[in-house]
Design a protein around this ligand. Structure first.
Ligand code: FAD
Ligand code: SIN
Length: 527
């Protein structure tokens, strides 16, 4: 069962949809989405999208803030490029119908978040991502050249190694010809053959029991590219958001945007005391790795399950107007944010590393691009600056689109590709074999590969992961495909990369904090 497309896009968040819209004039495009088009990390983004708009902000300040957050590991050339190209992509979003909040005089209402030296976050109330997703989804649904495949799960890349023949342009011997994708409704596997493929599959938050990411974020793209011998890097840098709503039964964890602290909200321990100044002179607006570790430390030292975010001193009408969703959400749980403190706790939030790409979004595999959270572009280094991921997604999708448009005429469809072979496989005996391993995996990562790490914890995690890996691979070899099994397998691959890269990084840097290599200055007693 073969389907042929000029461009194949795996993922329907900001990276995938904006790429699709930019290449669709040139050929037929397929977008695969593992659930519905709008169930993406993009839709959950709250705070906004960072870009330089007015003085006193300028490019140098945005560059500097990004480099400082990245703790010495950003690629400065990439940072400069994203910061400069960002404003043009904001215009593109507006042309596609995205509404950003404005002041009464028509100027953008710019918010501030941790690590930013200026107000530069364009936002749509506290649901910016949903607004971007709405605008782009409307466009792709009505585009005559774009076919949308909802509930299609990409399982693996179709690649061939051309030994002894290096493709001149890319210096690689691997070519990508598309993907195998499971049609979830019929359980049939389709062979999607493409001239160019973009991986835009988003994050990996579900490695952890507590995450702000929706259930779709299982690192599928990273795992597929790793299995196909592409390059993956920087996976040790997992970002935890300092403030998700403390409501243990809820999945995903509901985010309390950092923009609230930019608006003046304060962190307090459960006895009402402010604590951030003890950790960093920037207080509640220090970069998020510092705030997260401070909260984690306070909770551990005091034996508390959460800290508080206090908005009660802020102007009530403005607070509700700026954060209507958070107001309503908290109200539904009996918390009136104008009068009550909000209980918050850190949660896994963003994967800084991923599929290594160059400045045009090219991976190591010929004809294969990656953009958005699944990629590692060099922008974030060891720690992402707040609201820099949406802008990275659209800037790199744009560059990948331009680059692939310049090459597509030279490509034809690969011939004689085999269809998916599922001879001899049967339904798994019991789903609990999969669900229990999934749960164990999340427990291992939450306990041993979290905010504060150590050599011993990482070693333990690796030993336990190996058991789950062997069991899952065996099950995979003999079972018919299911989404849960594939996701578990992908998370195991991704988790292996996180642990291995964390072990190799023998220092505390950015988001990777280990008690075996404490940083020269700052907290040394975190355990
Ligand atoms: P996503 O938007 O996550 O889309 C991934 C797509 O890939 C989905 O369509 C999914 O179905 C598809 N997919 C995955 N695997 C497969 C598969 N195997 N087969 C088929 N399809 C697949 N960033 C900011 O800059 N500003 C913010 O304010 C902000 N707030 C955030 C708040 C929350 C709660 C969260 C979770 C994240 C936030 N982020 C924010 C981060 C940002 O939203 C994401 O990094 C960004 O939206 C990722 O976009 P993407 O296009 O790469 O992936
Ligand atoms: C937030 O709104 O706090 C999230 C911003 C981000 O993840 O960039």
């Amino acid at each position: 069962m073969k389907r042929y497309y000029d461009f194949l896009v795996v993922g329907s968040g900001l990276a995938g949809l904006s790429f699709a819209l930019k290449v669709a004039h040139k050929g037929k495009v397929a977008i695969l989405s593992k659930t519905t088009l709008n169930e993406t990390n993009t839709s959950y983004a709250q705070g906004g999208i960072a870009a330089v708009t007015y003085a006193p902000d300028d490019y140098e300040k945005h560059v500097k803030d990004t480099l400082v957050a990245g703790d010495g590991l950003c690629n400065e050339e990439v940072v400069r490029m994203v910061v400069r190209e960002g404003p043009r992509q904001i215009e593109e979003l507006i042309n596609w119908g995205t509404e950003f909040d404005r002041e009464t005089d028509g100027r953008f209402d710019l918010a501030k978040e941790g690590g930013h030296s200026e107000h530069r976050i364009l936002h749509h109330k506290d649901n910016t991502g949903a607004e971007i997703q709405r605008a782009l989804s409307e466009r792709v649904f009505s585009h005559p050249n774009i076919d949308i495949y909802e509930n299609y799960f990409a399982v693996d890349l179709i690649t061939q190694h051309h030994l002894g023949r290096l493709v001149k342009r890319r210096h690689t011997d691997i070519e990508c010809y598309g993907v195998y994708a499971l049609d979830i409704a019929t359980s049939k596997v389709f062979t999607f053959i493409s001239k160019i493929t973009l991986i835009a599959t988003g994050g990996t938050g579900n490695l952890y029991s507590s995450t702000t990411n929706p259930v779709i974020a299982t690192g599928d793209g990273v795992a597929m590219v790793y299995r196909a011998k592409g390059t993956v890097e920087n996976m040790e840098f997992v970002q935890f958001h300092p403030t998700s709503l403390y409501n243990p039964a809820e999945k995903p964890s509901f985010l309390i945007t950092e923009a609230m602290r930019g608006f003046g909200a304060l962190l307090r321990t459960t006895d009402g005391k402010e604590f951030m100044q003890q950790y960093d002179e920037r207080g509640c607006l220090a970069p998020r790795d510092i705030v997260t570790r401070a909260i984690d430390n306070e909770m551990k030292v005091r034996g508390d399950d959460f800290v508080y975010l206090d908005c009660t001193h802020l102007e009530k009408d403005k607070l509700i107007a700026h954060f209507p969703n958070i107001f309503e959400k908290c109200k539904s749980l009996g918390i009136d944010i104008t009068k009550d403190y909000i209980p918050v706790v850190p949660a896994a939030h963003y994967q800084c590393g991923g599929i290594k790409v160059d400045m045009d979004g090219c991976t190591r595999i010929n004809r294969l691009y990656a953009a958005g959270e699944t990629s590692s572009t060099g922008l974030h280094g060891a720690n992402r600056l707040a609201s820099n991921s949406l802008i990275e997604a659209i800037v790199f999708a744009d560059r990948a689109a331009r680059h692939s448009l310049s090459l597509i005429d030279g490509y034809s469809f690969a011939e004689n590709l085999p269809d998916w072979d599922d001879k001899g496989v049967t339904l798994p005996e019991e789903m609990v074999l999969i669900t229990q391993n999934y749960r164990e995996l999340q427990q291992i990562f939450s306990a041993y590969v979290g905010i504060v790490r150590s050599n011993l914890r990482l070693k333990r995690a690796l030993n336990r992961l190996e058991i789950i890996y062997n069991e899952t691979e065996e099950l995979y070899r003999k079972s018919t495909l299911s989404v849960k099994l594939c996701e578990l397998r992908n998370l195991i691959n991704v988790g292996y990369l996180v642990i291995k890269m964390a072990m190799l990084r023998q220092e505390s840097r950015g988001l990777h904090y280990t008690i075996d290599y404490p940083p020269e200055k700052g907290l040394k007693d975190l355990s």
